[in-house]
Design a protein around this ligand. Structure first.
Ligand code: ATP
Ligand code: MG
Length: 385
């Protein structure tokens, strides 16, 4: 078969600041990893990646979900010969339901006798005379574009053979983060957005056995597994949280429970990151979404962090977050009923404007270090792929 998959990268790699070589190498490795199990070969032709794969549909599906890929096109590879190109272009448009078209040529190989514009003109004319359809050229707004790329070989495809990729930057190129992953809608989306910018993902889940069930834990595992479709293997750290909650309930003011609990989540995520060499923390918080996500609430939980805390959903509406969740396939899992450790221990009137000094003071009754250490020593690690 002379059908290949052409991979186009996100245009950002052309911006200054990103090293194109590193980017391409990483992207190529990531694509190879995603194609594992299929019979494939990556072919370079003058700076473009082409992929030959026996299972084409499956190949396209996997490649378009690799971060850094902006588009994939199913192309036909032919010899760099004008007659061959003309005939292939006629075949190509025969498969498309259209009345108007234009030809777009990109000539990377300057030894080809015609330049890009002349090639487009020539092939366009040939199509008009030789196609069995009623066609006319429309340069401004064609129903179909026939693309020709002239490199070592020539590659031809139509606009209907183009599929949008997920975009972003190659996974693993931009440091690492510890995502606080709950079973809700928001945090998986936050993790996806970070990973899409090339940040390597690790997840931590605070589990309040027996107040939260095995089912709640399975749900988080499932969400981490869905995220792992887009990334490499993801480590999920399941941290026992009951002792901490009991301690808080016993010793602290009821209206401060949630905020103190959130400070512990932050501390543990940071301690764990320190141990594992992870650069940052990410959460699914969005300003104003719930009582604990006020500006003051966010400031007070950030107070416990010793590294950057990223909240990619901070300025997004719930509706938009839900749309992304549907797109990335986490939504259906996220909406399954489950008990959240935060919903079990909710104060009747949670503090919405906590202050850092006051919270630090309130926590003095707790043995913070030993609570954090106990939780980390008793955590479980699950690898998901
Ligand atoms: P989500 O939809 O992600 O659960 P939410 O809108 O329910 O978020 P909260 O429950 O206040 O909001 O949680 C805010 C953020 O704190 C979550 O997005 C997540 O990053 C983190 N978080 C909350 N509960 C847990 C938990 N049990 N384990 C790990 N992280 C958690
Ligand atoms: Mg939640």
């Amino acid at each position: 078969m002379n059908k290949l998959i052409l991979v186009k990268y996100a245009s950002e790699i052309f911006l200054k600041g990103l090293n194109r070589n590193t980017f391409e190498k990483k992207l190529r490795n990531n694509i190879s990893r995603k194609l594992k199990g299929l019979n494939f070969e990556i072919i370079m032709d003058q700076g473009r990646h082409f992929i030959k794969v026996d299972e084409i549909e499956e190949g396209i599906k996997r490649i378009r979900n690799v971060f850094g890929v902006s588009e994939v096109c199913l192309v036909t590879k032919v010899n760099r010969d004008l007659d061959v190109i003309r005939n292939e272009a006629v075949k190509c448009i025969a498969d498309v339901d259209c009345k108007t078209f234009k030809v777009i040529t990109n000539r990377a190989n300057k030894t080809f006798p015609l330049n890009s514009i002349d090639t487009s003109r020539d092939v366009g004319g040939f199509i008009l005379h030789n196609s069995h359809k009623e066609l006319s050229v429309d340069v401004k707004n064609p129903e179909c574009a026939i693309h020709i790329e002239i490199r070592e070989h020539a590659y031809i495809w139509s606009s209907k053979d183009k599929i949008k990729g997920v975009g972003g930057l190659p996974y693993g190129i931009n440091g690492s983060t510890m995502l606080m992953l709950s079973g809700g809608i928001d945090s998986p989306v936050a993790g996806y957005l970070m990973a899409r910018r090339g940040v390597a993902l690790n997840c931590v889940y605070y589990h309040s056995h027996p107040y939260t069930s095995e089912r709640a834990k399975d749900k988080v595992k499932e969400l981490a597994k869905i995220l792992a479709r887009y990334t490499e293997e993801v480590n999920l750290y399941i941290v026992p949280f009951t002792e901490i909650q009991m301690s808080i309930i016993e010793k602290c003011r009821e209206d401060e429970l949630t905020i103190i609990m959130r400070r512990f989540m932050m501390r543990i995520a940071c301690t764990l990151s320190e141990k594992l060499g992870i650069d940052s923390i990410s959460t699914g918080e969005s300003i104003g979404q719930v009582a604990s996500q006020t500006m003051d609430g966010l400031i007070v939980s950030t107070d416990c962090a010793d590294r950057p805390v990223f909240r990619p959903l901070i300025a997004m509406d719930k509706e938009d977050i839900m749309n992304i969740a549907r797109e990335i396939d986490t939504y259906e899992t996220s909406i399954l009923p489950y008990e959240d450790c935060c919903t079990i221990f909710v104060p009747k009137h949670p503090k919405t404007h906590p202050k850092v000094d006051k919270m630090r003071k309130s926590e003095e009754v707790l043995d913070i270090a030993s609570l954090v250490n106990f939780a980390i020593e008793n955590m479980e690690v699950i690898k998901l792929r």
